[in-house]
Design a protein around this ligand. Structure first.
Ligand SMILES: [Zn+2]
Length: 238
């Protein structure tokens, strides 16, 4: 960082923090010097995923069941009423995209620890349908990808996959209905993009529930020539 930029930041940050004190996005407590986006107690209250957990194994088995997804990296559990739920809501419904980058950095660090030495070709967000994207103004998963990209130094490819079908919200559906709901919902932009050939792709979503969306999306990446698709999620639904 240049001295000039450091100097300007040194002057601007105290003023900004005075006018707009940084608050935790989960509990609205004033953040300390060393904290950003989320306070330490909230971060500590979010349960991390361990690869030894049976819920992690079950989700991985479900994702891998069609042979299109070869791995899963998930950072946290999504618990109703917990701080992560508030953070995901801030990201999805209140336009707080910096929360996405923050969570993406945490997820990227986990990918770095879990997939040591793996060359990652690109990071691809699960796309929203164009009309949903227009309504929200952005795709929350793209911000998670950006955070991951800053840690992993792999490019984000936000337009690689498109969502052709406007699917109804999956929240009230069971696993069979979800599967039917997203079957054939995705397509590659361009039939076989050159950069997909033999690519190792990280496919990214905010919260994974049954994995039907991820599987449907991974299928088009594999059909487009990818070598492997690894599912990455900030959180696993409980
Ligand atoms: Zn907090």
């Amino acid at each position: 960082m240049s001295d000039r930029r450091t100097l300007i930041q040194g002057l601007v940050r105290p003023l900004r923090d005075f006018l707009f004190p940084p608050l935790c996005f989960a509990c609205e407590r004033l953040l300390g010097e060393e904290e950003e986006i989320v306070c330490a107690p909230c971060l500590a209250a979010i349960r991390s995923v361990s690869e030894a957990d049976s819920h992690y194994q079950d989700t991985l088995d479900s994702l891998a069941s069609e042979g299109t997804i070869s791995g899963l990296v998930a950072a946290y559990y999504f618990e109703a009423g917990g701080p992560l739920q508030t953070l995901v809501h801030q990201l999805k419904y209140s336009g707080m995209t910096s929360v996405g980058s923050f969570l993406g950095e945490r997820l990227g660090e986990k990918v770095k620890r879990e997939l040591v030495g793996l060359h990652i070709s690109c990071v691809v967000p699960v796309p929203l349908h164009l009309s949903k994207r227009r309504e929200r103004g952005y795709n929350q998963s793209e911000y998670i990808c950006r955070g991951m990209s800053s840690v992993l130094a792999a490019p984000v490819m936000p337009k690689m996959v498109v969502r052709k079908v406007y699917t109804q919200t999956q929240t009230m559906l069971n696993s069979e209905e979800r599967k039917h709901n997203v079957a054939g919902a995705f397509a590659l932009r361009g039939r076989r993009p050159p950069m997909m050939k033999n690519a190792t792709v990280l496919l990214v979503d905010d919260v994974v529930t049954t994995g039907s969306t991820m599987r449907s999306c991974a299928r088009v990446l594999m059909e487009g020539g990818a070598k492997q698709v690894i599912a990455c999620a900030v959180a696993l639904a409980m």
